[in-house]
Design a protein around this ligand. Sequence first.
Ligand code: FES
Length: 103
Amino acid sequence: TSITFVQPDGSSKTVNAADGDNIMQTAVANNITGILGECGGAMMCATCHCYIEDARTGNASDGEEVMLECAEDEIRPTSRLSCQIKVTSELDGLVVHLPQPID
Ligand code: FES
């Protein structure tokens, strides 16, 4: 399943994600800047925050919404925790935007 990660400066990297992994794991495995996944996908850290404008990924769960409020970067209507999105072949071509790092 092909997933494209786009950095705030517009540079992008397309990787091949293993089905069954989540987007955070895919990003970490491919050294994508901007996604840390500190809690390992337990919805406890918000360091896997990203922006996804794609109806195929569904909506954030209530717990995800609450955790998103703890994200350090800008929250937008398209904000998601990437660890809560499982890679399936239906998501082929998904585009994930990374937040602007705060200094
Ligand atoms: Fe911690 Fe997603 S990896 S909330």
